[in-house]
Design a protein around this ligand. Sequence first.
Ligand SMILES: [Fe+2]
Ligand SMILES: [Fe+2]
Length: 346
Amino acid sequence: MDATGKLLTQYRRHVGEFETVDFVDEQAVSALRTQLDVDVPLDLRWTWEYGSEVEELRNLYERGKKGQWNAETDIDWDTPFPRDEWFMPRTGAMLLPSLLVDAGVDDATCREAAWDEFAHLISQLLHGEQAAMQLCGQLTNACPTMDAKFYAGSQVIDEVRHTEVLAKFLQRKMGTLYPIDPTLKVLLDLLLAAPTWKMKTLGMQCLFEGMAVGIFDQIARATSNPLLRDIIRRVQIDESRHAAFGILSMRQVVKESSPEELAEMEDFAFTVLETLNANQQLDMLRLLGPKYGLDPEVVVEMMLGLPEWPAINSELFMHTVVPNLKRLGLITERTEPEWRRVGMII
Ligand SMILES: [Fe+2]
Ligand SMILES: [Fe+2]
């Protein structure tokens, strides 16, 4: 992070007024991917209070226990997911097929682009699930109350199941697994290595769980394939419980924090999501665009120039993350103009 609080400054470039994060250096990308060890300072905390101190958290834990499902036996894996059929709308749901359909490219190529982009998206979600699994394991150590330890412990098995189900979906139905995007790797490492359980909870449980809820909801609404819909709906129900855990524990944290600590959390939330937003899918476009004759920079320039870009771009952020952060008091008058400036709030 540099003095202005920005991440990945060496990969930033201006496209008009907008500042993108664009990894053009293949070596840097591969270095990030091969870096498997992350130094994580972790404070382990005992507690002797075995009774419930935060009733809402204990209720959420009870809900979590009842909501368990088996990724191997509760999913009907015999349901087909055919490569030669549209499983999402032709346009509006994904970037590559939308562009290709508009350009009059033949249907088979557009479908293939949809397949590739979707496998890439599910791969990124899968890597995110692995990070969530590891981070929740950390929270069982670091959270101070037994309620939070119980809940984080139950979330570990949820995240294991999500990792399992998405990996099996890619392996059995799509036949492809894409490596982690460099921007995502940097941000997940940042959360995993965050020094306190408060920052870890904010980063993973509020920011990334909130984003995941939005993405899963968009897929579940858009897809016409029953297998995919079933998997995503199941994951989505778990994720909304996780996002609720984030809100409940952060509400407590916010109550106990000084104005300086709150400002730090507010900046952290913006820094992480601004970086994700600055990528504008360039990591995906660098990987898949050329295969379909699309120049990543031209695509992003065109997207950013659309009059409806702020509306399209802010949709995912406005779905869950922004309302939750506002409710927590972690987007205030001080930072809200910044969120608007980069198109995350309209
Ligand atoms: Fe998950
Ligand atoms: Fe989750």
